[in-house]
Design a protein around this ligand. Structure first.
Ligand code: FAD
Length: 292
């Protein structure tokens, strides 16, 4: 179909991230979501990869299904956690056989409650990047954290590690963030470190108030006080804010951020959809086409 490296060389990309559905009903729902979102002509979609167990096979099945049934270039996420080289190679063979041409290489996190995750052969994402590069079949993406990775001792070291990793890969996709300055200062730091690879910003339209704090904790992302205040204001007006009020606020915030990113020259937009179409569609429909 198309390697993400080649797509980014000629155009801005629009992409959607999904997690692998676990039931027949959830699989049918993802098909509906994909069909709804296809009006925005995604250049690619990506599918997350669990820390262990059966979730991992579901990623392979979801990637193969989306690529074949929806004819959209589909990029699996792949993590180091607990993997032997032979397991990674078997996965790469099944992806190549399914026509997959791009892989997102990640460190991954051992789940807090995990007790039986085996030792793996890869420690950091950069180790997986080196292996994929030697393999040679895939365009390689990596993760970037505009606010810094939560485990990094300091931002200087974090940026240097990111620049080193990204220089060996083709592109990065960011963790979600809400303050455009975090993205822009990361891009300046990377340029200062001699790295000019494309970094696609990840955007999440928050769609319910519980997500606000839960996601911030999970990703080390700062939720802007303005958004918290606006949700609180809606709560004061009418008790607890309705789902549609929070959805509207989440969409407004994501539209402002996305438009700012496009105006600042971002190479694309990657939406964390949470396997739902409504908010992402609303954001994309509200964006003005940026001047190239
Ligand atoms: P790395 O690049 O390995 O970095 C992890 C930490 O190690 C950083 O602090 C880094 O500075 C440090 N480090 C790197 N190299 C070295 C070195 N040589 N020596 C010492 N320290 C070093 N997780 C999942 O489990 N499944 C998913 O599908 C998934 N998808 C994601 C998609 C995106 C776009 C993003 C941004 C994140 C995703 N994650 C996913 C989360 C990700 O796995 C975690 O953030 C993880 O903690 C770090 O991944 P990384 O690839 O940035 O790791």
């Amino acid at each position: 179909m198309a390697r993400i490296r080649d797509l980014l060389a000629v155009q801005r990309t629009v992409s959607f991230e999904f997690f692998p559905p676990k039931t027949d009903q959830a699989r049918a729902h993802l098909d509906e979501v994909m069909t709804e979102l296809s009006v925005h002509h995604p250049d690619f979609v990506s599918v997350t990869y669990g820390a262990g167990g059966s979730d991992r096979q579901q990623t392979v099945e979801t990637v193969t299904h989306l690529q074949a049934e929806h004819q959209v270039p589909t990029m699996p996420h792949l993590t180091c956690v607990g993997h032997r080289v032979s397991e990674i190679d078997a996965l790469l063979d099944s992806y190549a056989a399914a026509g997959v041409e791009s892989i997102l290489a990640l460190g991954g996190d051992v789940p807090l409650d995990a007790t039986d995750v085996p030792t793996g052969d890869f420690r950091f994402a950069a180790d997986l990047v080196a292996h994929l590069k030697a393999d040679g079949r895939f365009s390689i993406g990596v993760a970037a954290h505009p606010e810094g990775h939560p485990r990094s001792p300091n931002s200087r070291e974090d940026r240097q590690r990111l620049a080193d990793k990204l220089n060996e890969a083709d592109f990065a996709i960011t963790q979600f963030f809400f303050n455009i300055d975090d993205y822009l200062s990361m891009m300046n730091d990377l340029a200062d470190l001699g790295c000019d690879k494309p970094v696609i910003p990840g955007v999440i339209p928050l769609t319910n108030s519980n997500q606000v704090t839960r996601f911030a904790d999970m990703a080390g992302a700062t939720i802007p006080s303005e958004l918290i205040e606006r949700i609180a204001a809606a709560a004061i007006k009418g008790g607890s804010p309705t789902a549609s009020e929070v959805l509207k606020l989440g969409i407004e915030v994501a539209v402002d951020l996305s438009q700012g990113l496009l105006d600042a020259g971002a190479p694309g937009l990657h939406f964390y959809t949470l396997n739902r179409a409504k908010a992402t569609k609303a954001v994309l429909s509200s964006l003005a086409v940026p001047a190239e």
